[in-house]
Structure formats: C-alpha cells, structure tokens
Design a protein around this ligand. Structure first.
Ligand code: PBG
Ligand code: ZN
Length: 322
C-alpha cells in the first residue's frame, strides 16, 4: 500500500519535503500616496491600510524595511483631476515626490510606480474618453509620459495597470528614448474586470464616473484569452507579468506560469484583503493562518512574487515562525 503519511509523520520531515514557501522577499507592499501635508488617513474598507502624504511616508517605509519586504508599489491620490489625467505625469505630484523621498530614505528598497490615468481623470477611466468611449491609441503617449516621469524621479520599475493594447511597447520605447533603458516594466497583463477592486477604488478615489471598465479589462469568464494578453506583453518587452486578482483566478495564474518564463506576479487585491479582514475582525477565521495559506496558494500556483496589503503582517509572522 502506498503510505503517503510516512512523509507527514514529524514536523522535521514535513519541512524537508515542503514544496513551496512564502518569504518576506516574495512580497510587494502597495502604498497610497496623497497630495497635501501631515496626514495619514485610514481607508475604511481596508483595515490597517492608510493613505500617506509624502512627509508622513517615513514611518511606513521604516516598517517595510524592518519587516524585510524588498519592494513597494505606489499609487497616487492627487489634489486635482482633469479630463486628461495630467496629474499622472506631474513631476511635483505625490508619486514623483514619494519616489524621491523613498529613494533618499531607503535607497535599497525597490520602488515600483503604478502607471494609470484613473486616479487622475475627472471621469475615473484608465484612458482618454471621447463620446463616452475609452480611446486606446490616444492614451498611449500619456501613459508613456507618466512612466518617463516616474523613471526620472527614480523608480526602478513601472507597472502599467490601464489595459490599453500596445501600452507596454509604447512605454518601453519612451523609456529607452529618454535613456531609462534599465527601468523595468511590470505589466498588469491578465487583469480582469473584477468586483474585487471595490475597496481600492475607495482608497484611490478612482471609481469610473460613468459605465464600467469592461471594454478594456478582461471578462472574468475568459481563461484562454489571458494567455493572449500575456503573450502580447511579452512580445512588447515586458520584464514581469502580473495576473490579477489572485484567489478567484489561481487557474489563470497557474496557466500563465506554465507558458511564460518571465517572473510572474500575483496581485492579491483589495477585495480579497477586505474579506479576510472582515471575517477575522468577527473572530470567524484565524487571520494569520488564512493569510499565510492564501499566499502559499499563490506561490503553489507558480507566482514568483505577490503584491499584497498583508505584506507587513505576513513578513512579521513568517519571521516569528523561524
Ligand atoms: C488602477 C488599478 C486598480 C487596481 C490596481 N490599479 C483598480 C482598477 O482597475 O479599477 C486594483 C488593485 C486592488 O484592488 O487592490 N487601474
Ligand atoms: Zn486605471
């Protein structure tokens, strides 16, 4: 008889045969950076997550470094919005100022800047709007200009999350032309039109003011199509591929890892975080065990890295288990 329990008999044997691990340096911590001064504003639907003004970022950056987390992903909350989303490439906007401040305080921390227009446009869409539709090609130069602004401020990686076709090529070309050949592109390739982004849109003030994002983000029904998105971004020169959301899309993550030899990143999104926090606050689940199990599931599906709002807690828990 096959006796699989033989290898489960003691903790040491289980450690020896364990196939996957979650480590602090697998984790990327998202940060919301707001315009203005001297404020830390909690995000109600994401307990434990706040928006920080640049002058107050130091406290959280020090926590990231001491937790052993190696990278942060920045989102901006500007003080003005317009039709074009011009705040996205403002060199004095919160993201550019935050990049410079973080690089001054923690030069070794990897700084990733999200590239999108939705936090900056008055209509809340990720691209330019004309007659109620979202323009693809006219949006590309604006995304490219934003990416170059973040590179100039000192970002190591830019992460386009808009889902316009052709944006990786446009961003890569603009970075190269401006001399930023070493700035990498982490592309949100398989990004679905998901209800799990709700709390993020509260945090970033980026909900669309009309319609929805289904003409540019992917249909949750489509797994095969995700592989075409991945192939397109690889061909355009992406350095990393993001699949998002994570938990309800572990099949997409696993298939992406099967076909793609770039580092694949899982985005454990805001709604996934909010559900865990709500159940934990009610005492219905063991937060620590559920979080570590979820992150392990993403690693098992093949993710090399995980973007997660749980990063600081998880890194501390992992450290305690050692
Ligand atoms: C903006 C953006 C979104 C997320 C990352 N970048 C929201 C959206 O597309 O509406 C979602 C992140 C999360 O839910 O944690 N394009
Ligand atoms: Zn967007």
């Amino acid at each position: 008889m096959e006796r699989l329990r033989r290898l489960r008999r003691t903790a040491a044997i289980r450690d020896l045969v364990r196939e996957n691990h979650v480590r602090a340096d697998d984790l990327i911590y998202p940060l919301f950076v707001a315009a203005g001064n001297d404020s830390v504003t909690p995000v109600e639907s994401m307990p434990g997550v706040s928006q920080y003004t640049v002058d107050r970022l130091g406290e959280v950056i020090d926590r990231v470094v001491s937790a052993g987390v190696k990278a942060v992903l920045l989102f901006g909350i500007p003080d003005h919005k317009d039709e074009q989303g011009s705040g996205a490439w403002d060199e004095e906007g919160p993201v550019c100022r935050a990049i410079r401040a973080i690089k001054a305080r923690a030069p070794g921390l990897v700084v990733i800047a999200d590239v999108c227009l939705c936090e900056y446009t008055s209509h809340g869409h990720c691209g330019l709007v004309h007659d109620g539709s979202i323009l693809n090609d006219a949006t590309l130069p604006l995304l490219a200009k934003s990416a170059v602004a973040y590179a100039r401020a000192g970002a190591d990686i830019v992460a386009p999350s808009d889902m316009m076709d052709g944006r990786v090529a446009a961003i890569r070309a603009a970075l190269d032309e401006s001399g930023f050949v070493d700035v990498a592109v982490m592309s949100y390739s398989a990004k679905f039109a998901s209800a799990y982004y709700g709390p993020f849109r509260d945090a970033a003030g980026s909900a669309p003011q009309f319609g929805d994002r289904r003409t540019y983000q992917m249909d949750p029904a489509n797994g095969r199509e995700a592989l075409r998105e991945v192939a397109a971004d690889v061909a355009e020169g992406a350095d990393f591929i993001i699949a998002k959301p994570a938990l309800a899309y572990l099949d997409v993550l696993a298939r992406t890892c099967d076909v793609c030899d770039l580092p694949v990143v899982a985005y454990n999104v805001s709604g996934e975080y909010a559900m865990v926090k709500a159940a934990a606050a009610n005492g219905w689940i063991d937060e620590r065990r559920v979080v570590l199990e979820n992150l392990l599931a993403m690693k098992r599906a093949g993710a090399r890295m995980i973007i997660t709002y749980h990063a600081l807690d998880a890194a501390e828990w992992i450290h305690e288990e050692r």
